[in-house]
Design a protein. Structure first.
Length: 212
């Protein structure tokens, strides 16, 4: 049962994915055994294998599920009356409320992608999807869809992803640091990204120039 064929509407599958997140976060992708994962899901190992034949299948399913959730979030931005407000609110929430567990999982996934080709492929697909969604959101917010506009939005999308991932890795690598310190850094990350977001709208698009 590999990730593309998983029925994410199956509550049992969703329960397993939620349960194993904390196991992976505490033990790492390499350190967690199938027995650990089955125990975390409160299942026998044999029954667990009926749902997921390997750790890689679980990891791929977790990534796919996150992609589905992100897709739903971007859909809200694309259909919102005030997409700018929704975009910034979701970006702020992603940074300020990033849990230690999520930070650990992002970091573990990054490390696993260097070792496992299947995970690397799913991760690349996810990142391409996220960049495309960011670009579409910026087009919806700022307007302009010329090649120059899209290139600029692509660069800003990559900046957002880079800083959010970097913040997640820092959070994971310094779980015992002062929480106030960590919160202050998160606020600075968001402030920086908001400035970049505003800057992405200041350049006059090719379409606007042609229409003048």
């Amino acid at each position: 049962m590999d990730a593309p064929t998983i029925d994410f509407s199956n509550q049992k599958v969703l329960g397993i994915l939620i349960a194993v997140k904390s196991v992976f976060a505490s033990k790492g992708f390499d350190g967690a055994s199938m027995q650990d994962l089955a125990q975390g899901a409160q299942m026998s190992v044999g029954n667990f294998y009926r749902y997921f034949p390997s750790k890689n299948a679980i990891i791929q399913a977790m990534i796919q599920f996150d992609m589905n959730c992100l897709d739903a979030e971007f859909a809200e931005i694309e259909t919102a009356e005030n997409p700018r407000e929704v975009f910034l609110a979701k970006l702020s929430d992603r940074i300020e409320n990033l849990s230690n567990e999520e930070a650990a999982l992002w970091t573990e996934m990054q490390a696993a992608s260097f070792r496992v080709p299947e995970i690397a492929a799913v991760k690349r697909t996810m990142e391409r999807m996220i960049r495309k969604k960011f670009v579409n959101a910026l087009v919806r917010i700022h307007g302009g869809s010329s090649p120059a506009d899209l290139e600029r939005y692509e660069q800003h999308a990559q900046l957002i992803m880079l800083m959010v991932h970097g913040f997640a890795q820092r959070r994971y690598g310094s779980l015992k640091t002062d929480q106030a310190d960590d919160k202050a850094l998160g606020q600075l990350v968001f402030k920086t990204l908001r400035m970049a977001f505003e800057a992405s709208a200041t350049t006059t698009s090719d379409e606007q120039v042609l229409s003048q």
